[in-house]
Design a protein around this ligand. Structure first.
Ligand code: PMP
Length: 441
């Protein structure tokens, strides 16, 4: 096994960054805050591996938090970026490839007849919420604790302990007025959802949810929950929004809807709007929101709901996303990804069990989370009962031995097509050491 790596150059890079970038990072999830310590700085990636500034190599289960389903620096993706960049990096005028990407998304994702490209998942969620409000003429939004939809003001709401908590912002700078129309419920809680509609139904514009949650760690929906969300929104004339920023083109070619349909969890009628990001940009910034044409035609300039972007549909980003989707369409790697992930999860679970460590390995396709929790995690309350200190020790033990995991208990890890048998075996050998290490601490 490797000796403890040197992180000297990462440490220096971090010190330098903290002088000019708040917290030294451009997004808080990267900061290692939840596991205590300083982030490592990445020099390059190839396939399933990344290398830090000190030359240490890691097996990467973050994959840029989801976009890199083909692994790092995939040749077809690099070629597409290069070719597009040579033709000019931005025009602020329409290009044909934007339509190609939109067509591919409409073909793949059930119920999406029209789609608008934006630059991030946050922007897509923000715009979808505006559209839902504009379309219905209503203000209230229902969201679920532990579901993350980007740093949109109205969605930055923490769950309270009661079933229905009306908008308490969980960041300074978000005025209570921005969140007072947000109702936050526990995931999979059908009773609370029904109660919220009984109370506020006529004023609810939309229910937004992650159809398979990645953002409190991987959590599956119940059949009853998804059916109830679909039925009740239809009954009250509200829209149902699936946030598939993480699950889109990740769980199946048709995203969570296809994945859940196979398991007979998904209702016959799909959501009214779908939010996408991550994989559709293949590692460059692309987000999207789409749905029924009747709704999407309300978006400017076709309709009155304003939304715009200088770099929306950027030609290089779109080429990168298109190349990624075309590769996925060709390979259809979803069964293989799921099998490989299952092998990894079963291996990890056996190791944890042999060390008598209470845990749950929760997997959906190629997304997985090892919860240090003695109960299955079905909502955010349960997720919060996980042993985060044990997770932090496990995270550092894995990192020291060469495996880069998401730096929080409440995140999904990702397997790419570059994670072959040998890499999974190597991960399990490292995990054996890591479990032993954390018990000896
Ligand atoms: N929705 C979901 C489900 C996400 O996982 C994320 C990002 N992790 C977002 C929205 C926000 O996307 P972005 O970070 O691209 O703004």
């Amino acid at each position: 096994m490797n000796p403890t790596p040197s992180w000297q150059r990462s440490r220096e890079a971090y010190q330098r960054a903290t002088r000019v970038i708040p917290g030294g990072v451009n997004s808080p999830a990267r900061a290692f805050g939840a596991v205590g310590g300083e982030p490592i700085f990445i020099a390059r990636g190839q396939g399933a591996y990344i290398w830090d500034l000190d030359g240490n190599r890691y097996i990467d289960y973050v994959g840029s938090w989801g976009p890199l389903i083909l692994g790092h620096a995939h040749p077809a993706v690099l070629a597409a970026i290069e070719e597009a960049a040579r033709l000019g990096t931005s025009f602020g005028a329409p290009t044909e490839r934007e339509t190609e990407l939109a067509e591919l998304i409409c073909q793949a994702v059930p119920g999406v007849e029209m789609v608008r490209l934006v630059n991030s998942g946050t922007e897509a969620a923000m715009s979808a919420i505006r559209l839902a409000r504009g379309f219905t003429g209503r203000d209230r939004i229902v969201k679920f604790a532990g579901c993350y939809h980007g740093h949109v003001d109205s969605l930055l709401v923490q769950a309270g302990s009661s079933a229905t908590t009306l908008g308490v912002p969980n960041s300074p700078g978000v005025p209570p007025g921005c969140t007072s129309d947000t109702i936050c419920l526990q995931y999979n809680d059908v009773t609370a959802l029904e109660e919220a509609f009984r109370q506020y139904g006529a004023t609810i514009a939309a229910v937004i949810l992650e159809p398979v949650v990645g953002n409190m760690g991987v959590v599956m929906p119940t059949r009853e929950f998804l059916h109830s969300a679909r039925d009740i929104t239809q009954r009250y004339g509200a829209l149902l929004i699936y946030d598939e920023v993480m699950t889109g083109f990740r769980l199946a070619w048709g995203g969570a809807q296809e994945f859940l349909r196979r398991q007979q969890l998904q209702p016959k009628d799909g959501p009214d709007l779908v939010i996408l990001g991550k994989i559709i940009g293949g590692g460059l910034p692309v987000g999207a929101y789409g749905g029924r044409a009747e709704i999407m035609k309300k978006v400017a300039p076709a309709g009155p709901v304003f939304q715009a972007g200088t770099l929306s549909g950027n030609p290089v980003a779109v080429a990168c996303g298109l190349a990624t989707l075309r590769e996925l369409q060709k390979l259809q790697p979803y069964n293989l990804l799921e099998q490989q992930t299952r092998r990894l999860c079963q291996g990890l679970s056996e190791l944890a069990r042999s060390c008598h460590i209470p845990h749950q390995l929760q997997q959906a396709g190629s997304m997985w989370t090892l919860f240090f929790n003695d109960q299955p995690v079905t909502d955010y309350r349960r997720a919060l009962q996980s042993d985060t200190q044990r997770f932090a020790r496990f995270f550092w033990a894995m990192l020291e031995h060469g495996v880069y995991l998401p730096c929080s208990q409440f995140e999904a890890a990702f397997v790419s097509i570059a994670h072959d048998d040998a890499i999974v075996d190597q991960t399990l050998a490292i995990a054996r050491e890591a479990f032993t290490d954390i018990l000896s601490l």
